[in-house]
Design a protein around this ligand. Structure first.
Ligand SMILES: [Fe+2]
Ligand SMILES: [Fe+2]
Length: 378
């Protein structure tokens, strides 16, 4: 079990990060819900300083203007997607994503090919649905940054990200609707994280929550799926989205580096706690409780096993491969007696600290580059 910290009670609302009852106490989103209202507490800020003060952000803005693509005409939407065939191929290559031997004594033990296929299809749908909802979160957060960031260069850049995120919502919504025939509601933990980011009155917290944490995870997750799937439409869709996402993460890292260099230990502690909370919420969402519910498995029985599943643990830790180096670059790991470093050690993700950060990596993800870093090009 993970060490108990008094801080966790205040930050997470639970004294133990693996407290199953607390994790499951977050109510699922009603699938019939259509509107979700969140209070935005931030000030809208004008600046009258139109000078070029931050060349790195302006360079990113220029890159964004030439990196635009049209989701309607640039993707092969006429591709026939046979989801059963796709999932069978993926399972042959990667397995089911869980270690069946961990689920002895549960209904999962009795699953045959039919149930494993169904689980694969639901899991794919669930993952893409969470990408979709996360993309809408990014759309709202970036529109918020346009208003709240006090820097002219950052307002210009953020406006291009609004268009990028609109396109991402568009492609995931269309893929789910046309090719998979529907979607899942937003996961409870993802919803809570997005609400927290939008709620916060401090402009840099939008960046930290969205550009560094949520988008850092998305970049790693998209990369994994892009590399492994053989479904050509999804592969190309992800390739296009990633070319934008790499810029978005760079925007967060470049902006926050400047802000955090001038912060006191106390201010930095707030940011470290926020990053830790976001990391735990994202880990919690990967228990994919909505998939288990749809498979007719008791979530309360299964979630402790999911937490102990070594196959899931390897996959989940990979999702932090962009977040941890970016946190390091921002000075978040080691301030205040290495507070966040210790938390990432407990979560089993600190091993990524010296992987490439995303401050400059966006050029390599550009659509004009055939070979993306660390990704198959076939
Ligand atoms: Fe996006
Ligand atoms: Fe993004």
């Amino acid at each position: 079990m993970t060490t108990i910290h008094n801080d966790d009670q205040t930050i997470l609302g639970r004294a133990e990060i693996n407290d199953i009852d607390a994790i499951l106490a977050i109510p699922s989103t009603d699938p019939a819900e259509v509107v979700h209202v969140v209070q935005n507490n931030a000030d809208s800020i004008f600046t009258w300083d139109y000078s070029l003060a931050r060349p790195a952000l302006r360079k990113l803005y220029e890159k964004a203007k030439t990196g635009q693509w049209n989701a309607t005409t640039d993707l092969p939407w006429d591709t026939q997607v046979d989801i059963e065939k796709t999932v069978i191929e993926d399972q042959e290559l990667l397995g089911t994503g869980i270690d069946a031997s961990v689920y002895v004594g549960t209904p999962v033990q009795k699953w045959g090919d039919k149930e494993w296929l169904q689980f694969g299809i639901e899991s794919r749908n669930w993952s893409l649905s969470q990408f979709l909802h996360g993309e809408q979160g990014a759309l709202i957060c970036t529109a918020k940054i346009v208003e709240t960031v006090p820097w002219y260069d950052a307002k210009l850049y953020a406006s291009t990200q609004v268009v990028d995120e609109a396109r991402h919502v568009e492609v995931f919504a269309r893929y789910l609707d046309e090719k998979l025939g529907g979607s899942f509601q937003v996961n409870a933990h993802l919803r809570m994280l997005l609400d927290d980011i939008i709620n916060d009155s401090r402009w840099d917290m939008t960046y930290l929550g969205m550009q560094v944490m949520v988008e850092g995870l998305a970049l790693a997750a998209f990369g994994f799926l892009h590399q492994t799937t053989r479904e050509p439409l999804l592969k190309q869709l992800l390739r296009y989205v990633m070319s934008d996402e790499a810029r978005h993460v760079a925007f967060g890292v470049l902006s926050l580096k400047e802000v955090y260099e001038g912060m006191t230990d106390l201010e930095m502690k707030d940011r470290q706690e926020f990053a830790f909370e976001a990391a735990v919420r994202m880990r919690d969402r990967f228990m994919s409780q909505e998939v288990w519910e749809r498979m007719g498995v008791n979530v309360r029985d299964i979630v402790p096993l999911v937490l102990a599943d070594p196959t899931r643990a390897v996959f989940q830790s990979m999702l932090f491969s962009k977040i941890v180096p970016n946190c390091k670059k921002l000075g978040l790991l080691d301030r205040n007696d290495k507070w966040l470093r210790h938390r990432f050690e407990e979560m089993g993700v600190i091993q990524f600290e010296d992987w490439a950060d995303t401050g400059e990596e966006y050029a390599a993800f550009g659509l004009d580059n055939d070979a993306m870093p660390g990704l198959a090009t076939s």
